[in-house]
Design a protein. Structure first.
Length: 319
């Protein structure tokens, strides 16, 4: 069975959901495990021409969010960030200017779901005005419809990061149909969609993970990611188990192969093992972070620009 799936990959045939599940069921540290990582690594090195990418993100506000995601430090049902704040426009622009001096491919602007939509457009326009033309600007915000998707594009956004998260509507107060509606609005507006399988915990089945990998491929994503759940103190998952970095490497490899993103594959948060499994892109984060209790994640669990640059160079990617 596994040889059959590997043969499909070699023949550049798209994988079915059950194929992805079969790969995910490979025993960690087995010979097939290392074969899987090698295949994913080889695909990224060849198809991405050994390019490594750095994405940066500014968390604009830290306020209780009505999405009530059980795993998030910003949820109004378990707000656990040390401070509430909203960065003003000059501060966001200043941070964007500093980030733009580094070798970043994209800058994400992130807010909670309740942040004002018109205010966000104003911030986006101001940031776009100071960014070099070759740095893509990406929105990471709550759900929206077609009209707002077009407004984001008009404001200078190149893409939107949006996903149907694992157990949406169970571990969150947001319905799966609401998320999918936003995904469709993003594509219809001509924005690029950046996707992720997340937040992965040991309770999630491989069928659940494979479903999101195939969903991403069906949307034709160019930028893909996989992220394990961080058990943030103060959330309901505070004392839950987390998946290992070795397991994350396997999931990243299968995601890379099954979703087949055209530009880059990311793992979140940055870690070393998945860099041998097809991952060629990492994030540096600033400000609020849903996986952190600190108000300035770059001073706590978040990774800065120098750290992710070093990780990619150690993996011998060309930044």
């Amino acid at each position: 069975m596994i040889d059959y799936i590997f043969d499909k990959i070699a023949a550049k045939q798209p994988l079915a959901k059950e194929d992805a599940v079969g790969l995910l069921n490979i025993k960690n540290s087995s010979a097939d495990f290392y074969r899987l990582l090698s295949i994913a690594n080889g695909l990224s090195r060849a198809e991405y021409k050994n390019k490594g990418y750095i994405f940066a993100q500014i968390g604009i506000n830290s306020e209780p969010c009505s999405g009530r995601c059980r795993f998030c430090s910003l949820s109004e049902s378990g707000f656990s960030v040390g401070a509430r704040f909203e960065k003003d426009l000059p501060q966001v622009v200043s941070e964007a200017q500093n980030i733009a001096k580094e070798k970043v491919e994209a800058l994400f602007l992130m807010t909670t779901a309740d942040y004002g939509k018109e205010k966000f457009l104003s911030v986006g326009k101001a940031v776009r005005a100071i960014l070099p033309h070759d740095i893509h600007m990406v929105a990471n915000i709550g759900d929206f419809g077609p009209e707002y998707a077009n407004a984001l594009k008009a404001a200078g956004f190149f893409a939107a990061y949006h996903i149907c998260r694992l157990r949406e509507g169970i571990d969150t107060d947001i319905t799966k149909s609401q998320r999918i509606g936003t995904l469709n609005a993003i594509k219809e507006a001509g924005l690029n969609l950046y996707y992720c399988v997340e937040p992965i915990g040991p309770e999630h089945t491989y069928e659940e993970l494979a479903e999101e990998m195939i969903r991403a491929r069906d949307y034709g994503v160019e930028v893909m990611a996989a992220m394990r759940r961080v058990n943030v103190p103060g959330t309901v998952f505070e004392n839950a188990n987390e998946i290992t970095e070795l397991e994350m490497a396997k999931i990243a490899a299968v995601t890379r192969i099954a979703a087949n993103p055209k530009k880059s594959m990311n793992v979140h948060e940055p870690m070393h093992m998945p860099l041998l499994a097809g991952v060629n892109q990492l994030y540096a984060e600033f400000g609020a972070n849903p996986r952190d209790n600190g108000a300035d994640t770059e001073k706590n669990r978040g990774f800065g620009l120098a750290a992710v640059q070093k990780m990619l160079r150690e993996a011998e990617y060309d930044i």
